[in-house]
Design a protein around this ligand. Structure first.
Ligand SMILES: Nc1ncnc2c1ncn2[C@@H]1O[C@H](COP(=O)(O)OP(=O)(O)OP(=O)(O)O)[C@@H](O)[C@H]1O
Ligand SMILES: [Mg+2]
Length: 317
């Protein structure tokens, strides 16, 4: 039997970023340094909250953000369900792995595709009638205490071809119908604006947008903006952008411009750097969150602080 690893709290002598309630735009580049912006209007989320990590740009740190925030919340004693909704990479499924109950027949190893499409009533007749699979049936423990994963496989893309009129709200309903209690749900959405990604945005309360600072972002054209606004107008008016995270952060004029633009575009959201740390790149191959692989890494401190701010009431200085 696999032993369960407890994710411990962070050391309190880590170098956390300072928390400010507004940017000091008068600071010279020399005076300016990384800080986490928590505007006075930001309201921390209450459990049970559903977060979607989203950006239609690839390689911006979505999966890393989903895993590290989930690990930080699990370390806070919260019960966390992490949903892998990226069929292209199935990165979370690879990174953390899932623990299927011993002896569970392979055809009962459910994943997110089954939650959308169900499973054949008769396994010998894969195209025959189907029965529903609940989100709880597709949720498995990991080797880490309080951290559960809904895995996915590349055939999640079948949802795009086998859609029904209720597919876009399928995940929202599955979460609402879940009987197991989770304090937080975190969804790692794909960069592709597929039907599954739209279903993730419809299911969520809060969006977290990781941004790897680029020139276009600095001009205020986060390409995810219009999709989020559309979803807010139509299917999910309660969706809010809770945080913009500038990932792989290194001090530069561009990083500063992107942060200032993000604060302007989303005046009620946390804007925080996640500092560039090579240890982050090593973590998936160790099958542990960076928080366990390199607990003193700057990115770990940054994710830890953002996790606390997103779900707790902390008054900014
Ligand atoms: N703070 C950081 N410091 C250094 N490297 C980072 C940091 N955050 C993410 N990375 C690295 O950047 C790469 C992309 O990250 P990640 O896979 O999380 O992005 P993604 O948005 O999920 O990508 P995709 O669109 O392919 O799903 C990875 O190699 C990851 O290790
Ligand atoms: Mg990813």
């Amino acid at each position: 039997m696999t032993t369960l690893t407890t994710i411990p709290p962070l050391a309190d002598d880590l170098e956390f970023l300072s928390i400010v309630s507004e940017w000091n735009t008068d600071a010279t580049y020399h005076q300016w340094s990384a800080a986490t912006l928590v505007p006075a209007t930001f309201r921390p989320a209450q459990p049970a909250r559903v977060f979607v990590v989203t950006n239609n740009k690839g390689g911006v740190g979505k999966t890393t953000t989903a895993v590290e925030l989930a690990a930080a919340w699990a370390a806070m004693g919260l019960r966390v369900r992490l949903i892998d909704a990226d069929p292209q990479n199935a990165a979370i499924t690879y990174w953390l792995g899932v623990e299927y109950p011993e002896g569970l027949p392979f055809e009962q190893h459910y994943n997110l595709r089954h939650v959308f499409l169900g499973t054949p009533e008769d396994p010998r007749n894969p195209h025959g009638p189907t029965r529903e699979v609940s989100l709880d049936q597709a949720t498995y423990p990991t080797r880490f205490e309080s951290l559960y994963v809904v895995p996915c496989t590349p055939d999640l893309t079948r949802v795009e071809y086998e859609r029904t009129s209720s597919t876009d709200s399928a995940l929202r309903h599955a979460i609402a119908e879940s009987k197991e209690h989770f304090d937080v749900t975190v969804i790692d959405a794909s960069r592709t604006m597929s039907l599954v990604t739209i279903a993730c945005l419809i299911a969520a309360d809060d969006a977290i947008i990781p941004v790897k600072p680029g020139a276009l972002d600095a001009q205020g054209v986060l390409s995810i903006n219009s999709t989020i606004e559309k979803i807010q107008r139509r299917e999910n008016p309660k969706l809010r952008v809770a945080a913009i995270l500038t990932t792989m952060w290194e001090k530069s004029d561009l990083a500063r411009e992107v942060e200032e633009q993000a604060a302007e575009d989303y005046p009620d959201a946390i804007v925080s750097p996640i500092r560039k740390t090579t240890k982050v790149g090593e973590a998936p191959a160790t099958h542990r969150p960076t928080r366990l692989h390199a607990p003193r890494a700057t990115a770990v401190a940054d994710y830890g602080q953002v996790a606390r701010l997103l779900l707790d009431s902390v008054t900014p200085a």
